[in-house]
Ligand binder design. Sequence first.
Ligand SMILES: *Cc1c(COP(=O)(O)O)cnc(C)c1O
Length: 398
Amino acid sequence: MNSIQMSDLLAFKGSFSVRKTELPYGRQWIHKEDIQAVADILRGDYLTTKSVIECFENAVAEYTGVRYAVAFSSGTAALHGACFAAGIEKGDEVITTPLTFTSGVDCVLYQGGIPVYADVLLDTFNIDPESVEPLITEKTKAIIAEDFAGLPCDAESIRAIAKRNNLIFIEDASHSLGAVYKSRRIGSFSDMIMFSFHPVKHITAGEWGVIATDNEVYYEKLRQFRSHWITKDVNKSTVHSKTLYYEMQFIGRDHSITDIQAALGLSQLKKLKKFIKIKRKYAKIYTQEFKDMEEIICPGQPDNIFSSWHFYVIRLNIDKIAADRKDIIEALFKENIGVQVNDLPVYCNPCGQGSGYIKGSCPNAEKLYEEMIILPLFPAMSKNDVIDVVRAVKKAIS
Ligand SMILES: *Cc1c(COP(=O)(O)O)cnc(C)c1O
């Protein structure tokens, strides 16, 4: 037992908590230059010009190493746009992971598609390519894979399966902006990749989602889907052309964003590298502290795949612990550590995302959901905060 544990054994029932104030599991980190960038927009004449938004889209495309990016009002709206651009229609099947945020499945349902669940790998929490291929039928149109907790999915294998079967590969990279897969930044293996800029993600634009793609056809569809399906191009006009003319060619939606968000996102993007570096350092501390404990299984880190560490997720080895996960979580709350559990396997929700799926359908996803605890990890936390989490976890488990 090391010194961290010795000093804490008395605390959790009654006496002192490891921390006096609550540590959240994630939060944004805003600096004065971010505030300045937003204020500059607010002082200007327009709040929704195109130029700042295009600057941000271009910056994301460049960062990802693809040609195009289209920003949407949220990651959820962006995924909906991707399903639309992919041509998902009523009755089409989309193979996806059940261990994901609900919008990764809702986007299929919005289009009338049918989600088909492949199981995940126990060591990475990501979709298992071997469980994808047997699910392909003549109705399958696309595969959606998430990079769980910031660790890229096995994009090369999924891309190969998609190519062989003429499917579209959509990557949900809400957690993994800045992650590296086989020496390349993620984004070039999938047909469309989605990044979310919700405040709890790596960097924020208030809310916001972006689809990055190399495909010009998807790019055009995404832009029109976002903004009312407006065309001002008289050559495409179906009625008489005149100046100041525009028309709606399909029933559209408004998933637009503002310059306020774009300015914040642009300013935050400059700090992404630094944020990820800090998170990597903290993740390393967690791994060092927990890797030899038989009660805890640390997240897997496959060779040549580098997580950008959206969060740090441990698994409890329940057989080795006298308490169950609920007790451990309650003990951690008492220590003022804001832990989290995400992603009830999507088909277990009561709102109808899994017709035909019953408990036991994807055993690995269900097992991970029962075992996981997400620990705080965000760049604005200090090394002392990380040590607090380590102490609290060791205390709760002992
Ligand atoms: C955050 C998130 C989304 C999209 O969320 P928005 O809040 O709509 O930006 C989608 N998938 C996953 C895995 C997420 O974590």
